[in-house]
Design a protein around this ligand. Sequence first.
Ligand code: NAP
Length: 301
Amino acid sequence: MISTPHRVFVTGATGFVGLSVIHALRAHGAVVRCLVRHGSEQDLRGLEAIERVEGDVRNAHGLADAIAGCDVVIHLVGIIREHRSRSVTFEAVHHQATLNVLNAAATVGVRRFLHMSALGTRPGARSRYHRTKWAAEEKVRESPLAWTIFRPSIIYGRGDGFVTMLAGMVHRGVVPLIGDGHQRVQPIPVEQVAEAFASAIDLPATVKHTFDVGGPDTITMTALVDLIRAVTGKRRVLKIHVPVRFLRMVAQLFQPFPSFPITPDQLLMLEANNTCDPAAFFTTFGLTPVALRAGLARMLD
Ligand SMILES: NC(=O)c1ccc[n+]([C@@H]2O[C@H](COP(=O)([O-])OP(=O)(O)OC[C@H]3O[C@@H](n4cnc5c(N)ncnc54)[C@H](OP(=O)(O)O)[C@@H]3O)[C@@H](O)[C@H]2O)c1
């Protein structure tokens, strides 16, 4: 008997992770419908076979109609920078919007809800990014839907924000580091995150589970810069250790300018280690950990 393909509604589909998730879903034979903000349509160029619905997760109106007919929702929307003048706040985009999507999904009888959170999310976290991600997780856990939550450390791959930015600095030969640069991260390739989302749909054991997601290597920011330098064949890079207090002041001052690479909230997150035990993630989804050096070499080739 041929089973009916899943119809999957994806929010955040035009983003870095979203595009990979679409590819993974299609490889699994799913029919994909994406929520696309007005003006972001061009980000889905080359993906003509997927359905698109225009909308904004901050606006509950019309979301249920947009999701109707889908049996799975993958909720990826998230922001790293607030734009208060446009009401783009962590509270609105992470917490309230998740509630909007959950309510709409429940209204139209969605079977599975896969939610993107972030490693470091916890009650009372220092950054508002993490606190609002926690509030969103709480809403997911309270919902009657069959949910799964993913909490990744840094996700890397072509088109990402973080490693691509570091690689650009390495290429230019100067990299500012936060304080001593000893903060540890555990980058994971985007393809593996996407594959886990696609497989989770049909893995009942993942229902009501939260997965910490990270690669096999935990690495300090200083060592990450050195690794990128080695992988890209750059001979010398000047690492400038910027005192945290000074960076805080500068990030605060330049907060209104989106071209400034770091916000005060991001700084709070990057000051702390962002690592986990990903064993359950790799075992449950049958994924083979990819050594960071190999993953970066493939990405930055
Ligand atoms: N990248 C990482 O290292 C990392 C690590 C841990 C967790 N995460 C989480 O993973 C998720 C995806 O991250 P990403 O790196 O792919 O981010 P991204 O590239 O910035 O993509 C964000 C996506 O959300 C959409 N979006 C933002 N506000 C929206 C709104 N109000 N209504 C509808 N869509 C909206 C964006 O649409 P537009 O194209 O219209 O802007 C885009 O599709 C986020 O929840 C993030 O917190 C990422």
